[in-house]
Design a protein around this ligand. Structure first.
Ligand code: GUN
Length: 295
């Protein structure tokens, strides 16, 4: 059996069409244009490419969007002052600081500086806490994209054994927290595996839904996957250049081997990646609506 390929590109396109209609409605009925600023510190090529894609999508959807690129040696205080300016800017509804930040900057302090109402990444501890108690205003973009991929592909989450590989604050911990909630599109039994897990394969083999955000190419191979499992590969590993000079990507899952065992699997690229950006746009529209008293 060869797995069904879950196309993030296709599902993201559908959601973007919905968002485009919503943005057009907000403009015509309420004269409201969602505003997003993406702040990039330095020139890390992966971060540059993510931020460029976020900017392009927000412009395509008709948002007011600003790309604010700062030098790699910007001080922590200056960066925080910049965020505070955007906190006060009424045209800006969403602020995104691309991570990781250079080593001399304390990421937590930067995240605390953001107005939680404009925190479209949902990384501020206030929003992390609201997610934990099932009261989220925003969901973090990659986990939300994963949940949407599952729901829109008709995967039954309720009662499923979900195993998450990876415990990052950006993916592993929040997706586990979202899927365990007593809510629709959730209600799963969730296990989180990480680098200190004693027998990773013993856990992953129990998964009906296996979510891999390990940050390591081929961290999950076919022998670690149950027959018929749904496999979501969150990995983005750069493994050289294509002939056209673009970064060549692979996921954290051995796609060729695992697709023969899984019932459904996301590819890399074209799986979770396009969904992350789309969910950022959804959060920006939501933030704009809340600021205008529409939600
Ligand atoms: N770095 C890797 N993923 C993300 C993300 O979703 N948001 C931000 N701000 N930085 C990231």
């Amino acid at each position: 059996m060869s797995a069904k390929i879950i196309s993030g590109t296709e599902i993201a396109k559908q959601i973007r069409e919905e968002l485009q209609r919503e943005a057009a409605d907000l403009k015509s009925k309420h004269n409201l244009v969602p505003g997003l600023v993406t702040i990039l510190v330095g020139e890390d090529p992966a971060s540059v490419s993510y931020v460029t894609a976020k900017q392009k999508t927000s412009k395509d959807l008709g948002f007011y969007s600003i790309q604010d690129t700062q030098p790699p040696d910007i001080t922590e205080d200056k960066l925080i002052t910049l965020i505070e300016q955007y906190n006060r800017d009424p045209k800006i509804h969403g602020i995104l600081v691309q991570l990781p930040l250079p080593k001399h900057i304390n990421e937590t302090r930067v995240l605390y500086a953001m107005d939680p109402k404009k925190d479209v990444d949902a990384f501020h501890p206030f929003n992390v806490g609201k997610l934990m108690i099932g009261e989220a205003d925003f969901y973090p973009c990659t986990p939300h994209g994963i949940q949407q991929l599952l729901v829109r592909s008709g995967v039954k989450i309720e009662g499923a054994e979900v195993v998450v590989v990876g415990r990052s604050n950006i993916v592993g911990k929040p997706i586990a927290m979202m899927l365990v909630q007593k809510q629709s599109g959730a209600n799963a039994t969730v296990t989180i595996c990480h680098t200190k897990t004693r027998d990773m394969a013993a856990h992953t083999r129990t998964a009906d839904i296996l979510i891999v955000a390990a940050g390591k190419p081929k961290a999950v191979t076919a022998d670690m996957v149950k027959e018929g499992a749904v496999v979501i590969d969150v990995g983005v590993n750069r493994i050289g250049m294509t002939a056209e000079g673009k970064a060549k990507l692979c996921g954290d899952v051995d796609f060729e081997g695992v697709k023969e065992k899984a019932s459904a699997i996301t590819p890399v690229p074209g799986g979770v990646g396009p969904m992350t950006i789309t969910m950022l746009m959804m959060n920006t529209i939501k933030a704009a609506k809340v600021s205008a008293g529409l939600k």
